[in-house]
Write a protein that binds this ligand. Structure first.
Ligand code: HAM
Length: 429
C-alpha cells in the first residue's frame, strides 16, 4: 500500500464534504448576485512583491513563497484583496465607480494546523470600490450577515473597531508607519503590554500611553455607550475624533437599517493586515471561538498599486469555518431565486431607511443594488437604467412618514407609492 498522504495542513474533501463546500460556495455566489457583486477570477500564483506589499507581518511570514522555473519570486495567494486591487489599479482603472467584485476559491497560509485553521482554505471575498460613504461599510456587514443566515446559522455577532482611531493618534505622535503597524499587530494578538512597551520605547507622550491603555479597555455590546466613551478618551486628538464620528455613523446606519445585527464595539481591536484605514470587523457565531470572516475599509491600497485613488471596503469569509459551524449546529440551508432592483435614497437623511428597505427586498429573494454614491436622483436613475435594473425603489422622507416608498418601473416609466411591508409583492404585480 502506498504511504502517500496529504501534505501537512492540506485536506481532501470527500464527496459529502465536497458537496457541502460547493453548496456554501453557491450561497456565497447567490449573496454576491443579490448585492450586485460581479465575479472576478484571478490566479492562485501572484508576484511575491504584490502579495507582500501590505499584507502585514503575520501573513507575510506565512506565505508559500518560491521561485518559478524562470527565476521569478512568486507566492500562493494568502488572500484575494491584493489581487483584486491589482486588477482595479490596472485593467479596470477607468471603469465608472462604484463597482463590486466577488471572488471565491482557495487561499494559502502556512498557519499552524488545528481545528478551523488549515494551510489551504476557502474564502468568499467581496470588495466594494469607489465609495467613501458609511453606507458602503454597512453593506459589507449586512452582506456578511446575509451569508451567515443563508447557510442556516441564525445567531451571529460582529466585533467592530476602527483602525483610523489608533492610526490618527500615532500619526499625531509622529510614530513611523512601520512601528504603528507593529503596535497594531501586537494589539491584534491581544499582547497589549508588549504594545505599550513598544510605544514607550518609541518615546510617545504619556498622554498617548494613557489614551491607548484606556482604549484597550473600551469594549462592549452597548455600542453607542462605548462610542461615547471612546469619543471622550480621544477628544484631544483631532483626527481621531473624525474616525470616531465615522464609526458612530456606521453604527447609526446599521441600527436604522433595522437588520437586527448583534454588535460588540472594541476600541482596541486591530486586524493583522496593514492596508486598513477605517472601520474593521469580524463575524462570530456562538460556541466557535474563531472568526468566520473579517474585513474593513482600505482607502489607499489601489493608489499604492499605481491606480487612481480609490476608496474601498471589503470582506472575506472563511468557508471551511462556516462549514465547521454548520456541521456543529447541523444547520440546514435554503434560499429563494431572484430579479433586479435599485434602491435610491431621495435625500441625505434616509440612508438608514434605504438600507432597511434593501434588506427587506433581499430577504424576500430580490437582488438589490443600493445607491451608495450620494448622487442626485436623476443621475442615480440614469445609472440604474444603464445597469439594466427593472425597478427603482425611491426612499423619500414624505413617503416614509406613511411607512411607504415610491416604486418606479424603469421600463414602463411609471411609478406608484407602495407600503414598505408590501414592497416585495408589489414587484411581481
Ligand atoms: P482575514 O481575516 O485574514 O481577512 O481572513 C478572512 C477569513 O478567512 C477569516 O475570518 C477566517 O474565517 C478565514 N481564515 C483565515 N485564515 C484561515 C486558515 N488558516 N484556515 C481557515 N480559515 C482561515 C482577509 O483575508 C482580508 N483579505 C479580508 C478583506 C477583504 N479585507 C478587505 N477586503
Amino acid at each position: 500500500m502506498s504511504g502517500f498522504k496529504t501534505v501537512r495542513g492540506m485536506r481532501d474533501f470527500l464527496p459529502e464534504e465536497a458537496s457541502l463546500m460547493k453548496s456554501i460556495e453557491s450561497k456565497a455566489r447567490d449573496v454576491a448576485n443579490n448585492y450586485g457583486y460581479k465575479e472576478l477570477i484571478t490566479p492562485v500564483v501572484e508576484s511575491h512583491e504584490l502579495l507582500a506589499a501590505k499584507a502585514g507581518e503575520e501573513v507575510r511570514s506565512r506565505m508559500f513563497v518560491f521561485k518559478d522555473l524562470g527565476g521569478r519570486d512568486v507566492a500562493l495567494r494568502p488572500e484575494f484583496t491584493a489581487s483584486v486591487a491589482r486588477v482595479v489599479a490596472t485593467t479596470l482603472r477607468n471603469e465608472p465607480k462604484p463597482f463590486r467584485l466577488f471572488s471565491v476559491g482557495t487561499i494559502y497560509r502556512y498557519d499552524e494546523p488545528q481545528r478551523g485553521r488549515y494551510r489551504e482554505f476557502w474564502q468568499s471575498n467581496y470588495e466594494l470600490m469607489g465609495s467613501v460613504r458609511p453606507e458602503a461599510d454597512v453593506e459589507l456587514i449586512l452582506l456578511t450577515q446575509s451569508l451567515i443566515n443563508s447557510v442556516g446559522l441564525k445567531d451571529c455577532a460582529f466585533k467592530i473597531g476602527h483602525v483610523g482611531i489608533l492610526r490618527a493618534i500615532f500619526a499625531e505622535e509622529k510614530l513611523v508607519e512601520r512601528t504603528q503597524s507593529t503596535v497594531m499587530q501586537l494589539m491584534d494578538k491581544k499582547l497589549y503590554d508588549d504594545a505599550i512597551n513598544l510605544l514607550k520605547k518609541a518615546k510617545v507622550s504619556d498622554k498617548c500611553l494613557e489614551t491607548v491603555k484606556q482604549l484597550t479597555g473600551l469594549k462592549g455590546t452597548d455600542a453607542f455607550g462605548i462610542i461615547e466613551n471612546i469619543r471622550k478618551t480621544v477628544e484631544s486628538y483631532i483626527s481621531a475624533a473624525v474616525a470616531v464620528k465615522n464609526l458612530f455613523e456606521i453604527l447609526r446606519l446599521i441600527l436604522e437599517s433595522r437588520s437586527n445585527v448583534e454588535i460588540m464595539v472594541d476600541a482596541g481591536f486591530a486586524r493583522g493586515l496593514e492596508y486598513y484605514t477605517g472601520m474593521i470587523f469580524e463575524i462570530y457565531v456562538p460556541d466557535l471561538g474563531i472568526a468566520l470572516g473579517g474585513g474593513g475599509r482600505y482607502d489607499r491600497l489601489i493608489e499604492l498599486f499605481g491606480g487612481q485613488p480609490t476608496p474601498a471596503v471589503g470582506v472575506a469569509h472563511g468557508l471551511d469555518r462556516i462549514m465547521l459551524a454548520m456541521q456543529d449546529k447541523k444547520a440546514p440551508a435554503e434560499m429563494k431565486p431572484c430579479g433586479k432592483v435599485v434602491v435610491v435614497p431621495a435625500s441625505e437623511g434616509v440612508a438608514g431607511d434605504s438600507l432597511r428597505v434593501a434588506k427587506i427586498l433581499r430577504d424576500a429573494g430580490v437582488p438589490v443594488e443600493l445607491e451608495v454614491m450620494g448622487r442626485k436622483m436623476a443621475k442615480a436613475l440614469e445609472d440604474a437604467d444603464r445597469r439594466g435594473a427593472a425597478f427603482a425603489v425611491i426612499i423619500g422622507e414624505k413617503e416614509l412618514k406613511e411607512e411607504s416608498v415610491v416604486l418606479r418601473n424603469l421600463r414602463k416609466r411609471e411609478q406608484k407609492v407602495v407600503q414598505i411591508v408590501r414592497i416585495a409583492d408589489a414587484l411581481s404585480e
